[in-house]
Design a protein around this ligand. Structure first.
Ligand SMILES: Nc1ncnc2c1ncn2[C@@H]1O[C@H](COP(=O)(O)OP(=O)(O)OP(=O)(O)O)[C@@H](O)[C@H]1O
Ligand SMILES: [Mg+2]
Length: 247
């Protein structure tokens, strides 16, 4: 089973957009995927028109959860109904507080790929996620703060590796919000490639309004605008990612 966290310590870099479109593209390619919304904002759940439903917080606090079959081959664990504060407080009280999520998700079988959409915060849920996954995918938007944020994200992953038997695989760094018209986008992409070389995916996700619209319409980009730049870029990226995974 592939266990992949979509994570970045900077907000608004396209984590949720990447998680939902990666999950749906993989499902369309005949991979059985479970998407887990690990952000109390619940954006990934909302993108599939499921808000205020059971989810990760219920799984962690009550030990059971409804899993929604949202598309053929695609399943969702929502973010849940409890306040993030409750979950954080509960986790903080556990012995080995970094492992409840791994134990809870470890029960799910028959799934080929789990994709976890992370919040940008530094919290106990995110350290649980880094104890559980085997790969991370880091979306970096084409702005200076996000570039700096990538370094912090990689530092957090390195720290997590110190407590693990095997290192987390950096699946890759995905350039997002690439604006072909601006020099800053090109410059940041160059810097990113200079710093992280072949860890950066060849595909950059371009700015595309239809991506925003697709979410408003509770659809993935492949359903809402299959011939858009957004669908093309996400499809190309998913092919690359699956290649890197050897799938
Ligand atoms: N390529 C794109 N082109 C245009 N808009 C985009 C693109 N990718 C994402 N967006 C929009 O940008 C906003 C932020 O994206 P998203 O929610 O995926 O980021 P995030 O990293 O998950 O944010 P957070 O840190 O708050 O969880 C959303 O409104 C989304 O629709
Ligand atoms: Mg998000």
């Amino acid at each position: 089973m592939y266990k992949i966290a979509v994570t970045a310590s900077k907000g608004g870099t396209g984590k949720t957009t990447t998680a939902i479109n990666f999950a749906h593209a993989a499902a369309l390619m005949d991979i059985k995927v479970l998407l887990v919304d690990c952000d109390s904002q619940g954006s990934a759940s909302l993108a599939f028109d499921l808000n205020s439903v059971q989810g990760l917080s219920d799984l962690l606090l009550a030990g059971q959860v409804d899993i929604y079959n949202i598309r053929p081959n695609l399943y969702l664990v929502g973010s849940g109904r409890s306040d993030i504060y409750m979950v954080e407080r509960y986790l903080a009280q556990q012995n080995e507080y970094e492992y409840p999520l791994a134990r809870a998700l470890g029960r799910f079988t028959g799934i080929e790929m789990i994709i976890l959409d992370c919040s940008p915060s530094i919290n106990i849920i995110n350290s649980n996620i880094l104890s559980y996954v085997d790969s991370v995918l880091i979306p970096v938007s084409m702005d200076y703060f996000a570039l700096e944020g990538a370094a912090l994200t990689l530092k957090i992953i390195k720290d997590a590796n110190a407590n693990r038997d095997n290192d987390i695989n950096l699946l890759g760094i995905l350039p997002t919000f690439f604006d072909v018209r601006t020099r800053i986008s090109k410059k940041i992409l160059e810097d990113l490639k200079e710093k992280y070389s072949d860890k950066v995916f060849d595909t950059a996700i371009r700015v595309n309004t239809q991506i925003k619209e697709s979410q408003m319409n509770r659809k993935t980009i492949f359903e809402y605008a299959p011939y858009s730049h957004g669908a093309y870029d996400y499809y190309r990226f998913v092919k690359e990612a699956l290649d890197r995974l050897g799938r």
